[in-house]
Design a protein. Structure first.
Length: 685
């Protein structure tokens, strides 16, 4: 038990620690509150329950790096239990009792084993952190924009946090080991690690054992009091804020929210997008403080891994260091001194993002780096009028003719010319059960038109009652929105929603589309503008038709590899259905190393298709094509017209006869349909 002077000293240190540490945490809270409002408080009990489950199971951490995650789990679970361990140790210091025997046996056994696991975990993590492999993981491309304090700050912070954990937990172990060496208590079979460590004190006499016991108690508990004021500045703050970030994340992470609900509200706005930290919504600022600086997002970013300047991790880390640097003033409500483009991003990094959602999917704490980028793009486009010049043509085409190809609406049905059946519009077939949303690429791009024709044949052969909008269909605005042109997106969305709502007023229909970008926008983002629809991707619909025996496929031979489109897979969770169609065709599926949720982007998303790719070691599409070709399959199956174009671009670089063919899944199906004999008077192929 502590002496009276020790108790007084402890209480004084505790008050000082809580004062300075609490003040620092309060400033962090006020800094996050500086963010713009965003409603994330719906279904609060469910949110908190989900976050608690994800935190305690560490399911988001174990998505990647299983062995490193295991070491992290040792530290995490140990520290969760150590909340009670430290409390009991304080009580032992203040009151004349020892937590031994009876009820305490199980508690001591768990505490003792977790002490060993924490030490094992933190030693392993520190070795990894400062090993050559670790230094590579936690480094950045020389072109990557970074806050000036990051390169030196992260190793220093890691050393402080790691050193604290080693010192705190190691001191607690030696405190218990000294107790076990004290003849008044002796070894405890329920503290095997501490009892084993007590051998270190066999040479120490009884009086000095008591002194060491007190000393190590002070090292263990005192180190906490000294660390608490630093806690808010360290990456260790994620211990509290990461669960909150998981609780407040959106139902569909990575989904964009409108900057205004209508044009009237838009006209009243004085500022669009994000230029400075205070322009972010509060969840974006919470992202910066929740970041554990693991660089997992950087590892999966198609831009970064092909040598571009963009690093999703560097953006959030730079924001965090800037916030720490200006925290007192920022928390007090003062304007931040410089824009994000001066310390977290540059033009090259800003426009390299493909919006593939990989950084959002992989993040263990629920961060959404992609949205930080898109917020800044909005400001550059709508406030500064600064964006890659090549996007001008796409913007102009969407604004004037309702498509980025800038072709007339009278060409919307050119893809259907020559089909052996009539493609009807909704005005011709108002009772249709299915509305085929063709999309701009299948309507205007010669290669993508083959996909539209193939899917139309599938609908016809299955006896589906379907129709298209024809000239009334306009671009969904996906590329405009991802490029930051929210005004243009809202214009297109408002027009399309009005058209669709009028078309479905008499008979609601299932919308089916062959473009994942149209699928994502229609299904998820038009809801904010009054457009609530049942939307399916054509691979889902084909799988349903096959399952219902409305389509029958002739047996096929050969091997196929399938490329998961980002906006179909990661953004919307459609993974099984395209594979079901391939398997129903009898083809052998050869998966590339990265597939499903881990699929690598084709490089076309985020409006990249309409501009030149930023300089790097190689094109994103080149890297992905190499992975797909490496499976040995003679056919690359896709479910997106833009993925089709990117893979075909790479295939044309190959010597004749050496490139795999690139086909949409609908083309695979239509080639091997078991067709009904032509009826009398009906045209045949």
């Amino acid at each position: 038990m502590l002496t009276v002077p020790e108790k007084v000293l402890f209480l004084l240190l505790l008050l000082g620690s809580l004062y300075f540490g609490g003040g620092a945490l309060l400033r962090v809270y006020r800094a996050i509150r500086r963010g713009q409002p965003e409603d994330r408080f719906d279904h609060l009990p469910a949110r908190l329950g989900r976050a608690l489950w994800q935190t305690l199971t560490m399911q988001t951490v174990f998505k990647k790096r299983p062995w490193v995650s295991l070491l992290h789990a040792f530290v995490f679970y140990g520290f969760v239990f150590y909340l009670s361990v430290n409390l009991v140790d304080v009580l032992e210091g203040f009151f004349p009792f020892k937590a031994r025997g009876g009820f305490w046996n199980g508690y001591n056994l768990v505490a003792d084993l977790l002490t060993a696991l924490i030490l094992l975990g933190i030693v392993g993590l520190l070795i990894r952190r400062y090993s050559p492999a670790g230094r590579k993981t936690f480094s950045w491309n020389p072109k990557t924009p970074l806050h000036e304090r990051v390169r030196q700050g992260i190793p220093t912070d890691s050393a402080i946090v790691g050193g604290f954990i080693l010192f705190h937990v190691g001191s607690r172990l030696l405190h218990k080991a000294a107790q076990a060496a004290n003849l008044d208590y002796g070894p405890d079979p329920y503290q095997p690690v501490a009892s084993l460590a007590s051998g270190l004190f066999l040479w120490v006499d009884v009086d000095r054992i008591v002194i060491l016991e007190h000393l190590f108690w002070w090292f263990a508990i005192g180190s906490i009091l000294l660390f608490i004021p630093y806690f808010a500045r360290s990456k260790h703050i994620h211990l509290f804020l990461a669960p909150l970030n998981l609780a407040f994340k959106k139902e569909k992470p990575g989904a964009l929210l409108p900057i205004a609900q209508d044009f009237e509200a838009l006209e009243k706005m004085e500022k669009f997008g994000v230029a400075k930290l205070e322009d972010f919504t509060w969840p974006r600022l919470l992202d910066a403080y929740s970041c554990i600086m693991c660089n997992r997002c950087q590892e999966v970013c198609p831009a970064y891994t092909t040598g571009k300047a963009l690093s999703p991790a560097a953006i959030l880390i730079s924001e965090r260091y800037e916030l720490n640097q200006i925290l007192p003033d920022f928390a007090a409500g003062k304007e931040s001194p410089r824009p994000l483009m001066e310390f977290a991003l540059n033009e090259e990094a800003l426009w390299a993002c493909t919006t593939c959602n990989a950084c959002v999917e992989v993040c263990p704490v629920g961060n959404e780096p992609m949205l930080h980028i898109l917020d800044v793009r909005r400001e550059r486009v709508m406030m500064q009028g600064e964006f890659p010049a090549q996007l001008n043509n796409a913007f102009r085409g969407m604004e004037r003719n309702g498509n980025p190809w800038n072709l007339g609406a009278d060409k919307r049905l050119a893809w259907a010319e020559g089909l052996p059946f009539e493609v009807k519009t909704l005005s011709q077939n108002p009772e249709a059960e299915v509305l085929y949303w063709v999309g701009c690429a299948p309507a205007y791009d010669p290669r993508a038109q083959k996909t539209a024709r193939a899917f139309a044949e599938i609908l016809h052969e299955a006896g589906v009652s379907w129709a298209v909008l024809g000239k009334e269909e306009r671009c969904t605005g996906d590329a405009a929105r991802r490029a930051g042109n929210e005004f243009l997106f809202m214009q297109l969305a408002t027009e399309n929603v009005a058209t669709l709502n009028a078309a479905m007023e008499a008979k609601p229909k299932t919308i089916v589309t062959t473009c994942p970008h149209c699928f994502h926008t229609l299904a998820n983002e038009y809801r904010d503008f009054g457009g609530v629809y049942t939307v399916k991707h054509h691979t889902e619909f084909i799988a349903e038709l096959i399952g219902a025996k409305r389509l029958e496929l002739l047996p096929m031979a050969g091997e196929v590899t399938y490329h998961d489109p980002c906006y179909l897979g990661r953004h919307n969770g459609v993974f099984a259905e395209p594979r079901q169609v391939i398997q129903a065709a009898g083809l052998k599926l050869q998966e590339p190393p990265r597939h499903g949720k881990e699929s690598f982007c084709c490089g076309a998303g985020g409006a990249q298709f309409w501009k030149e790719e930023e300089p790097g070691d190689e094109r994103v599409s080149t890297k992905r094509y190499r992975e797909l070709k490496g499976t040995g399959a003679k056919t690359i199956a896709v479910g997106c017209p833009f993925c089709m174009q990117m893979m075909n671009l790479e295939a044309t670089q190959e010597p004749e006869g050496q490139a795999p063919r690139v086909l949409d899944i609908s083309e695979l199906v239509v080639q091997n349909l078991k067709r009904e004999p032509a009826k009398a008077g009906e045209a045949t192929d």
